[in-house]
Design a protein around this ligand. Structure first.
Ligand code: NAD
Ligand code: TYD
Length: 349
């Protein structure tokens, strides 16, 4: 049996990756290592938690001796590294938390993998999951390619860029077999309601204002999370060692337009009069240093690995809204307790 370490598997993207691997590869032992921060939630994995080829371990990627022991105990052949602090607004409020987890935590993992594999790198693979935000902000033209120079603009993207550089440095210096992907904005079930779409779904449901930063003209390229998990599967198994793959949805939207579309879908599903929820849209103070536009050119992964998004955006958004409306307990659990404190601080007038 192949043993694979997935970090951050209780988070938004991680739980979809863990589910896909556990259900698809019965000859893999999947070890999900997660610290269970505010963003990690074992309720995301209730459907697979008792499968024979799945193990959950609570722990911190910054804890070097603990990670070393884990490599000895499970003899990992591969790592898929997703654990991170992932929200730009939180990185503006507390940059050091992002340096700790995203930079130091990644270097810890690299050290453990290197120590465990250095005598025999054959068949091993360290896959680092990153973001398109490392490339900075685009104007109205152009796309991020794999060789676009890094130009991170927020503490979050600076910490992810730094971690990407360390991964490449370990490949160059120690010949660690690495692969990296940089993906655009994900949406879908199980996303913590601090990010734009689930925050607006939750607020529309409760008739609360929809806070749109600035004029709502910033553009993001949206990808359904299960399609990202499929891309991670393809890159883990077929990606060329030492390569980078950009993953995106070929699907750019202005924030204000995506929120309006969401309002239309929610009004229909909740039986509210047409355009009712749009009255909740409220323009608020812009995010500091707000990146204007992200757009991925995902032709490399499409041409080389045969991956492309499986869902049209409207279909994906409908599925997402349905999931949040059906999973009321999940939403109540994650929005109780400390969520309200975060919300009050972030959106105070
Ligand atoms: P998330 O915030 O939903 O989940 C992060 C997970 O990591 C949580 O389960 C958390 O408990 C865990 N974690 C945090 N610190 C940890 C630590 N020190 N040790 C162990 N576990 C820890 O994030 P996400 O949206 O699922 O993103 C996953 C990865 O994908 C991140 O590396 C992120 O940079 C990248 N990414 C995200 C997006 C996106 O749109 N969400 C897009 C591109 C890339
Ligand atoms: P977000 O979901 O935080 O992802 P990212 O910053 O990583 O792209 O934000 C998506 C876009 O929505 C981004 O341009 C910021 C904007 N936004 C708002 O306008 N209001 C909000 O309350 C949030 C959370 C985001």
């Amino acid at each position: 049996m192949k043993s694979i370490l997935i970090t951050g598997g209780a988070g938004f993207i991680g739980n979809h990756v863990v589910r896909l691997f556990v259900n698809k590869y019965h000859d893999y032992q999947i070890v999900n290592l997660d610290k269970l921060t505010y963003a990690g939630n074992l309720e995301n994995l209730e459907d697979i938690h008792d499968k024979d080829n799945y193990t959950f371990v609570k722990g911190d990627i910054c804890d070097a001796p603990f990670i070393d022991d884990l490599f000895i105990k499970y003899q990992f052949e591969g790592v898929i590294h997703l654990a991170a602090e992932s929200h730009v607004d939180r990185s503006i409020a507390d940059p050091l938390a992002f340096v700790n987890t995203n930079v130091l935590g990644t270097v810890n993992l690299l050290n453990s993998a290197n120590a465990a594999w250095k005598e025999d790198m054959d068949g091993k693979r360290f896959y680092h999951v990153s973001t398109d935000e490392v490339y900075g902000s685009l104007g109205s033209e152009g796309f991020f390619l794999e060789d676009t120079p890094y130009d991170p603009q927020s503490p979050y993207s600076a910490s992810k860029a730094s971690s990407d550089h360390f991964v490449r440095a370990y490949a160059n210096t120690y010949k660690l077999p690495v692969v990296i992907s940089n993906c655009s904005n994900n949406y879908g079930p199980n996303q913590f309601p601090e990010k734009l779409l689930p925050l607006c779904i939750n607020n529309i449901k409760h008739n609360k204002p929809l806070p749109i930063y600035g004029k709502g003209e910033n553009i993001r390229d949206w990808l359904f999370v299960v399609d990202h998990a499929r891309a991670i599967d393809d890159i883990y198994h077929k990606g060329i060692i030492g390569s980078t793959y950009n993953v995106g949805g070929f699907n750019e939207w202005k924030n204000i337009d995506i929120v309006r579309l969401l309002c239309d879908i929610m009004d229909r599903k909740l039986g509210r009069p047409k355009d009712k929820s749009k009255e909740l849209i409220t323009f608020v103070k812009d995010r500091a240093g707000h990146d204007m536009r992200y757009a991925i050119d995902a032709n490399k992964i499409k041409n080389d690995l045969g991956w492309e998004p499986s869902l049209q955006f409207e279909e994906g958004l409908e599925k997402t809204v349905d999931w949040y409306l059906e999973n009321t307990e999940w939403l109540e659990h994650v929005t109780s307790g400390s969520y309200q404190d975060y919300y009050d601080k972030q959106y105070k007038a």
